[in-house]
Design a protein around this ligand. Structure first.
Ligand code: NAI
Length: 333
């Protein structure tokens, strides 16, 4: 298949090309993000390959359809950036990478918890500056602290397992309790009880209408003073303005974000020589108790190898008219 790979970075080229050896697809790597103005670049291709911040809304899907594209291989698990109704109406086949390395994202979430708690981001800079004072670096033992996990699928389950190893009590909320977590001793609760009981709240649900702004001023009000919130899932799970208010009042004591509601215009680019015009994002960067990473939770060798291999398998299935099992179910729409 001749495939236009949007939002390509050097690692996409290296890992997809390696996975494609022997598969024989013609992969054309396009740095541009997929959007209304770039959809026409797909003309003459058999399929496109897209990442998390590519835009697959109704207008873009119509534009892709108009140039003959009917197959989309997502290099992500999440598909909240796809207009499913339009995709179904236009007869698209859209495949994703449902699981690549839950360890990668879970371990990044825990890295954020540890860095925030032990203020590694501050001590790294201080020590390089010859300042070895401990003032302001006081942390807390994770042992016997309570971690609230919202969403105990593949990633949430790994977080539960790792945090159990620290000796934490684990609370969870998920409409489908995970038997592995139940065996670990995880206690499933309603959301208000989880918010009230947790020292750390960590988000591992997909972004859906039900989870949009799950963290908002009302839910924050239920939490313990000084709570730590970690979001490595999708930016819009968190109402950023509400979180900034709570950071200012001290209600939120620590915030770790790998995703941000308006990340599409910021993340995956080197903006170091530009002015960031997103004032909400800029405000977040001013807090000493906030760590932001640029959607790098998935970014381990193991995960991107698996993403590349599954993507090539999805393209093979497209080409042969078979199902890989990774297709998004558009049937009911
Ligand atoms: P999964 O599908 O295995 O698990 C999601 C869990 O969330 C399921 O158990 C589901 O029942 C639960 N859930 C759904 N609605 C819920 C609700 N309203 N309240 C509580 N729980 C709810 O997904 P997985 O692989 O664990 O990924 C979770 C999310 O992580 C993805 O949707 C994606 O947004 C994000 N992600 C982030 C990455 C990064 O690089 N930062 C990389 C990969 C995924």
């Amino acid at each position: 298949m001749k495939v236009a790979v949007f939002s390509s970075h050097s690692h996409d080229e290296v890992y997809l090309s390696a996975a494609n050896e022997g598969a024989g697809h013609e992969l054309v790597f396009i740095e541009a993000r997929l959007g209304l103005s770039t959809a026409k670049l797909a003309e003459g291709f058999d399929a496109i390959c897209a990442f998390v911040n590519d835009n697959l809304d109704a207008g873009v899907l119509e534009a892709l359809h108009a140039v003959g594209i009917g197959h989309v291989a997502l290099r992500s698990a999440g598909f909240n950036h796809v207009d499913l109704e339009t995709a179904a109406r236009l007869g698209f086949v859209i495949a994703r990478v449902p699981a690549y390395s839950p360890h990668a994202v879970a371990e990044h979430s825990v890295a954020m918890m540890l860095a925030l708690n032990r203020q590694i981001h501050k001590s790294y800079n201080r020590v390089r500056d010859g300042n070895l004072a401990l003032d302001g670096l006081l942390g807390f033992d994770l042992f016997e602290r309570t971690v609230g996990i919202i969403g105990t699928g593949k990633i949430g389950e790994r977080v539960a397992s790792i945090m159990s190893g620290f000796g934490c009590r684990i609370l969870a909320h998920d409409p489908h309790p995970n038997p592995v977590c139940v065996d670990l001793g995880v206690e499933y609760l309603d959301l208000p009880s989880l918010f009230a009981g947790s020292d750390i709240v960590t988000l591992h649900t997909p972004l859906t209408p039900a989870t949009h702004h799950l963290i908002n001023s009302e839910s924050i009000a239920l939490m313990k003073k000084g709570v730590m919130i970690i979001n490595t899932s999708r930016g819009a799970l968190v109402d950023t303005v509400a979180v900034i208010d709570a950071l200012k009042s001290g209600k939120i004591g620590y915030l770790g974000l790998d995703v941000y509601e308006e990340e599409a215009d910021l993340f995956f680019e080197d903006l170091s020589d530009r002015i960031i015009t997103d004032d909400v994002f800029s405000r977040l960067l001013t807090f000493p108790n906030v760590i932001i990473t640029g959607h790098q939770g998935f970014f381990t060798r193991e995960a991107i190898t698996a993403i590349a291999e599954t993507t090539i398998e999805n393209l093979r299935a497209f080409e042969s008219g078979e199902l890989s099992g990774n297709e998004i179910d558009l049937g009911q729409r």
